[in-house]
Design a protein around this ligand. Sequence first.
Ligand code: OOB
Length: 542
Amino acid sequence: MLDGWVPWPKPLAAKYREEGYWEGRPLDRLLRESAERGPSRTALVDADGNRWTYAELDLRADRMAAGLRRLGIGDGDRVVVQLPNTGAFVVLFFALLRAGAIPVLTLPAHRESEIVHVAEVSGATAYAIPDLHDGFDHRALARAARKAVPGIEHVLVAGDAAEFTALADVDADPVPLPEADPGDVAVLLLSGGTTGKPKLIPRTHDDYAYNVRASAEVCGFDGDTVYLVVLPTAHNFALACPGLLGTLMAGGTVVLSPTPSPEDAFALVEREKVTATAVVPPIALLWLDAVEWEEADLSSLSLLQVGGSKLGAEPAARVEPALGCTLQQVFGMAEGLLNYTRLDDPPELVIGTQGRPMSPADEVRVVDEDDRDVPPGESGELLTRGPYTLRGYYRAAEHNARAFTTDGYYRTGDLVRILPSGHLVVEGRAKDQINRGGDKISAEELENHILAHPAVHDAAVVGMPDETMGERTCAYLVPRGQAPGQRELAAFLTERGVAAYKLPDRVEVIETFPRTSVGKIDKKALGRLIAERLRAEGIGGD
Ligand code: OOB
């Protein structure tokens, strides 16, 4: 139904179906089936204590789907969704699938620059927002986005809608709706990005349902699972690995935390007897400290998944004794491939590796700069393809030619080595991206924004080591006149509508850039330079 995406080659798709990876069922069925099995069980609880049974959630999604159709939203329409961790997200997500529309998932932190781009590329006709979130008025953002992208016909608001449509009014008696073709795109996820503009990742019903189902199996999710959503619901990790969707598929209970702070999260763990959750390493570090002073009873927690960036071996070893639960390292990507340490892996693998591929059908290669396989155990770039890894970004033919091999392997940009057990150790990165505690920042995208500043002649963005975040962002500037300082640059970028997590943490002025032999900016040299400077200042880094 959607065009502009790259499907799997037909013989491979047939194989994935034959071998049972793809079950040929629309993604929203996972809710329907759990509702049929246990209608009165609790599906969803929010921070305020509002509770939805499976029957209620299922019906709400049906009613909203009918309401969406009445507005003319359905049949492959793209809808940019930017909602925080609230019941509205869950209801809308399933309602969109049932209406035949495609959610385009963005983070609450995204601003005009990201939203306008994503709305343009996806050709969105609607945009769903909260009224206010974290002190920010999303309705003002919606006004700006509509001006820039006139194709956005509808703005749907959770809360006070002002001149727009309240999500609460998107409600009608359920109508029979055509079921989606499971081979079609179900959702568009946002990539961390390595290029000038964020890319969209098409995930089909078949592939995403498999992602969820196999993850739930690996993580032992069942009807007794109580999963706390701590990361944004729109993040693949919290949504589908196994996350919110895996919990609903298993018939468990999803609990929504408004923030990852120990105050909010621990209180919910105690109140709802949460059994599993997923966090990024900086949050894991915060929680490991917070157990010392927070009083909450965490004894129900049996699984802590940590991923998004590399967890150090030292904090990894502290998880089990401090929190009294099993640690699972997760090395995943919105593009597809998921690596999990297994629940019965020996401690040295759980602490010292980032897991092994989820599926027997995952194909992984580790290659050198000329795409030749490195000897077993040596480090190189990870390439992958499989039943839930994309074959191309949406409407990005030129980029796809570089991001994939001719035989369909996705170039992850991650440097790894593989142990004899099949477990992967992430050793670094070949891509031009900063991983700021799990938040991904494309250096090129940020540089392009910085270059718009009148006092900047040239810019290069690199990561700098940071004890809690893994790395933070440093912008090297070649000035034209008086270079902007960190604050001035942050204000300038904010004015341009750049999300706050992308703002450089530090600005360094340099006369000329070090260059590689082929004349490119030598980012490795800049990375060493800032690391040295931090060491000299006595601020972390090694
Ligand atoms: C997850 O997804 P994305 O799309 O935000 O980022 C993917 C990238 C990976 O290519 C890798 O560079 C990095 O994030 N990464 C890790 C990691 N997990 C992700 N690097 C080192 N160690 C890890 N454990 O981040 C994501 C998606 C699903 C599940 C978990 C994480």
